[in-house]
Design a protein around this ligand. Structure first.
Ligand code: NAD
Length: 494
């Protein structure tokens, strides 16, 4: 069995306690993929000290040179894409097509970061005084603590780590404990690309031990967290003691609207991909479908027929459409919500049980499940389930559809299918979400665009594209007076 380690201060090492945890295949729970260090506060302290020391030299490396390392990272990821995708499928279950996409997002993020090393634009602004020069430049901040979930084991860490590094910060990284292997491969790639000692450190282990220790550490200057809203709120409170900068990317309850003039075949392909891709375990997954009453019956018939044909199985097989839930506890959450939906009086029209037969009983499989006649105030219409469950709500107008779509504490992604341009623009304006798709599913973020949500999906920061560089750098305002005399702003220009 493979034994994996932490990487601290340029060295692979075990947890100080010597303890380990197992990483298992969710499609076949008898298969142990490896052991990982079960780390604690002591390991975090060592990683933070290494990152703090390395910051003093890394911040002085020219940004284009930091970008050159990202370019090499992108090249190595490209070479290793297939191997990385299959390791990811084994540890978290989504099908190869999707894990390849996850790696590709990392590659795109690496090349974007490489080019950003030659930009990192600041501003030059005229002074109000003579012979004075004003500019605002981006400065590195310090040690960045990165805490990530398991559903995009490569893409999400790269969204955080590459901009953090190009901006001149150093990193202490804690990946989700159900996807530690992909994270470890990412570190191997950074090492191969020439990342200096101490600049990137990985500490494996549980959220409440390792995650907490990173958030509470005085020498960690910023936290970038992606995960559940509950944990995000805890992190926000913990981090307030040291007033460190925190970026939170949290849960969602995303909806797709299908209007009566929509291309129904297109809307059908979209909802199947949005609701059951990654087994419904995407932060942008389509969890609610809001359908106009005029096409409700027809669309439901089409939807159920196609959903019943989806093939469950091991994500490594070309015949599989939908993989397992990531863990037993994630599947238990799905089972619980199916019971809640039934009790609330929604109509179960498809699926609704754990999946068995053909070896599926060895994994955490659950049938793709659809509830019809869901009312907007039901829990299955409001709470994030994070599994293959779709709640379908009938509406009479666009106005009602948008009202229902907005009626949640979350605000990540949304989608509208219509051929009416006025309706499309009204939806773009009135939907309360960080992301709106017109005639496309709720999933499909591109690496060079801002990504994030409103309301309890986050705290106002954005990942992706140019916007994440604002989070990982500090503005420094510089005035250079070359007049040779004391000039007083607001006084000497009167
Ligand atoms: P989670 O909140 O359980 O865990 C996320 C990470 O936080 C893991 O690494 C975990 O070990 C760590 N953690 C847990 N408790 C902690 C604590 N007390 N202190 C510090 N760290 C702690 O989430 P998950 O189950 O891994 O992921 C699913 C959730 O992530 C869903 O809610 C999903 O919507 C959300 N998500 C959001 C986005 C986004 O960009 N908005 C993207 C992907 C996933």
């Amino acid at each position: 069995m493979k034994k994996f380690q932490n990487y601290i201060n340029g060295k692979w090492c075990d947890a100080k306690s010597g303890q380990v945890f197992e990483n298992r295949n969710p499609a076949n729970n008898n298969e142990v993929l490896g052991t990982f260090p079960k780390s604690s506060k002591e390991d975090v302290n060592e990683a933070v000290a290494a990152a703090k020391k390395a910051f003093e030299s890394w911040r002085l490396v020219p940004a284009p040179k930091r970008g050159d390392i990202m370019k090499k990272v992108g090249d190595i990821m490209t070479e290793r894409k297939e191997e990385l995708a299959s390791a990811m499928t084994k540890e978290m279950g989504k099908v190869l097509l999707e894990t390849r996409g996850d790696v590709q997002e990392g590659i795109d993020t690496a090349y974007y970061a490489a080019s950003e090393g030659r930009r990192l634009f600041g501003h030059t602004v005229p002074s109000e005084l003579s012979n004075k020069f004003n500019m605002a430049v981006r400065s590195p901040i310090g040690v960045a603590g990165l805490i990530t979930p398991w559903n995009f084991p490569m893409a999400i860490p790269t969204w955080k780590m590459f901009p953090a590094l190009v901006c001149g910060n150093t990193v202490v990284f804690k990946p989700a404990s159900v996807t530690p292997e992909t994270a470890t491969h990412l570190i191997e790639i950074l090492i191969e690309a020439g990342i200096p000692q101490g600049v990137v450190n990985i500490v494996h282990g549980g959220g409440s031990e390792v995650g907490n220790a990173i958030v509470e550490h005085n020498d960690v200057d910023l936290i970038s967290f992606t995960g559940s809203t509950d944990v995000g709120k805890k992190i926000s409170k913990m981090a307030s003691d040291t007033l460190k900068r925190v970026s939170l990317e949290l849960g969602g309850k995303n909806a797709q609207i299908v209007m009566d003039d929509a291309d129904l075949e297109l809307a059908l392909d979209a909802v199947l991909w949005g609701a059951f891709g990654t087994t419904g375990q995407r932060c942008t997954a389509t969890s609610r479908l809001i359908v106009h009453e005029k096409v409700y019956d027809e669309f439901m018939k089409m939807l159920v027929a196609r959903t019943e044909k989806l093939r469950l199985g091991d994500g490594l097989l070309a015949t599989t459409d939908v993989g397992p839930c990531v863990s037993e506890s994630q599947r238990n959450t799905v089972i619980e919500y199916v019971e809640i939906g039934k009790k609330e009086g929604a109509k179960l029209v498809c699926g609704g049980s754990i999946a068995k037969g053909n070896g599926l009983e060895n994994g955490w499989f659950h049938q793709p499940t659809i509830f019809g006649h869901v009312l907007p105030n039901m829990r299955i219409a409001k709470e994030e389930i994070f599994g293959p469950v779709l709640s379908v709500i009938k509406i009479k107008s666009l106005e009602e559809a948008i009202k229902v779509l907005n009626d949640t504490i979350y605000g990540l992604s949304s989608s509208v299918f219509t051929k009416n341009i006025n309706d499309a623009y009204t939806a773009m304006r009135d939907i309360k979400a960080g992301i709106v798709y017109i005639n496309a599913p709720t999933i499909g973020a591109e690496a060079h665009m801002p990504f994030g949500g409103v309301k309890q999906t986050g705290n106002g920061h954005r990942e992706g594209g140019w916007t994440v560089y604002d989070f990982f750098s500090e503005w420094k305002t510089i005035y250079v007076d070359f007049s040779g005399k004391l000039q007083r702003a607001q006084i000497d220009n009167e």
